[in-house]
Write a protein that binds this ligand. Structure first.
Ligand SMILES: [Fe+2]
Ligand SMILES: [Fe+2]
Length: 180
């Protein structure tokens, strides 16, 4: 799977993260199918850890990247369609978080080797999560990102990239200190 480091181009990094979201959604789908047919084994436990780590950390950081650096430029646009999209996308982040919270406990259990959760319910929650994420990313890539690229064309985005990278370092340090 593609790796997570913030490169100099902010939009290149945001695009690369969308690819990683798609990859992790696919792994999650395969994982739930596998648990439904074969039960939980060591391989599935490891996959569950990987997917948990991605959506609990990288995906949330990605939403923050957009809320801090992309959506404000759109909210200040004179085009009502662009402003509306920024508001909807911000609201989607809230729904995605809620959807994720419906999935996370089952996945956490799977990562710990427990199977108390209902696979049919998990499957249903994943349907909702997947559909909203796909629709959300499509709106970002077709409307929001192109509009933001235009509005930020004359802005030096180095500071944004630095903030994004620094936030990840701080978050990793925090996660690490919790584990110790
Ligand atoms: Fe987003
Ligand atoms: Fe996004």
């Amino acid at each position: 799977m593609t790796k997570s480091t913030v490169p100099p181009g902010v939009f290149e990094f945001l695009d690369a993260t969308h690819i990683r979201v798609g990859e992790h959604l696919q792994v999650l789908r395969q994982l739930v199918d596998r648990i439904a047919t074969d039960g939980l084994d060591h391989v599935s436990q490891e996959r569950a850890k990987e997917v948990l780590d991605f959506f609990a950390n990288d995906a949330r950081q990605h939403h923050l990247d957009e809320e801090k650096h992309v959506f404000p430029a759109l909210l200040a646009s004179p085009d009502p369609e662009v402003v509306h999209a920024a508001k909807r996308l911000t609201q989607d982040h809230g729904w995605l978080e809620e959807n994720w919270l419906a999935i996370e406990p089952s996945l956490s259990a799977a990562a710990d080797g427990n199977t108390w959760f209902d696979v049919t319910e998990l499957n249903h929650a994943l349907d909702v999560f997947e559909a909203l994420y796909q629709e959300h990313i499509e709106l970002e890539e077709t409307l929001a990102y192109p509009a933001a690229r235009k509005r930020l064309a004359d802005v030096n985005t180095d500071g944004m990239g630095r903030e994004m990278a620094a936030r990840r370092v701080a978050q990793k340090a925090k996660a690490h200190s919790k584990r110790d």
